[in-house]
Design a protein around this ligand. Sequence first.
Ligand code: GAF
Length: 392
Amino acid sequence: MAVNIPSVEKLVEQAQDIYKNEFNNKAEVAVFGPGRVNLIGEHTDYNEGFVLPMALPLVTVVVGSKIPGSTATIVTTNQDVDYPHIVQIDVVKKRITNEKQPKWAQYVLGVIANYIGSTPAFHAVIISSVPTGGGLSSSAALEVSMYTFLDALNGPPNTVMPTDKALACQKAEHDYAGMPCGIMDQFISMMGKKDNALLIDCRTCTSTLIPFKSPDIVILITNSNVKHELTGSEYPTRRKQCQTAASLLNKISLRDATYNDIEYLTSLNADEDVVKRARHVVGEIDRTARAAEALKNKDFKKFGKLMVESHISLKNDFEVSCPEIDCLVELALQVPGVLGSRLTGGGFGGCTVTLVESHAVDKVIKNIVNNYSRQPTFYICTPSDGSKILQM
Ligand code: GAF
């Protein structure tokens, strides 16, 4: 059975109840920022390539009110994050004042420190349906919802471009969570649109909406429930290997590299891992551009085939998959009606995304439940809206 995803309204209601208990008042503003699933284009964003994600109905909601003074008090209901679940931040000095400083609060502080505008003191409650560390970008959902919350507290006019807001959130993650991520997650969480995927050109920071709505096709997300920790060494190592490949080729980034360049790298006797990483990136940028065309033409078969090629490349060349994720992909692909399946997000656990004909989705879930060694979680998702102010 797929998870029954709570509506944004329901989450706001819950957050308001908690706010009332904590702060004895009604929160004046309510906002949300969604998680995302990347359909194709993995580990291409920091190589200035293309990515093709969509925003999810899984969201982080922030409710709260402006208060006098310089102290923000923030409560999270997320049981998966470290303690304490209530923190205080000095919004002028930009620092957490609790003795114990939980990791989740670093993201909040990072957004406050990078917010374009002034940050008033506030009370807030954060509640989320995005699984933590599941590869669906719970961190970007937190950053973007926090950013949008500060916008809501400040009220109109707001002339800052969504692109700049997303870049500020990315900087928050770099500087305060120590994760050198690309721009995909913050962009889609900020700019996603219902019934559309978003093709992002990570070189120019421009994006194009591609309609993605069909009663015959379902996007099934399967959480392996293997937790990943991208701030570990693997993600920065991959980034460095890609930079090494680009420098050996005398290029600014692998966006400018071609299939011939991979042969040239091999002839240079470059480190084997460096060659493999570059081969993935060059192929993946090309596949993403072709997948975007296929989606425009509603050629879901072709799209699914490219997803499978993407997974093989992530597994063999970029080496960011793991046995549990490979097993989920294999079990999905065994079912007739499945068009494609792949690892989504940074890797080393997290989720798979499967494109499946509607009639076959229950069979896929059954095949996985019966044969996967752990307990998976399923989400059936349609492309949803990016962050929004709901109450101001
Ligand atoms: C993580 C990062 F945050 C993204 O920027 C992107 O690089 C992704 O891994 C891999 O495609 O989600």
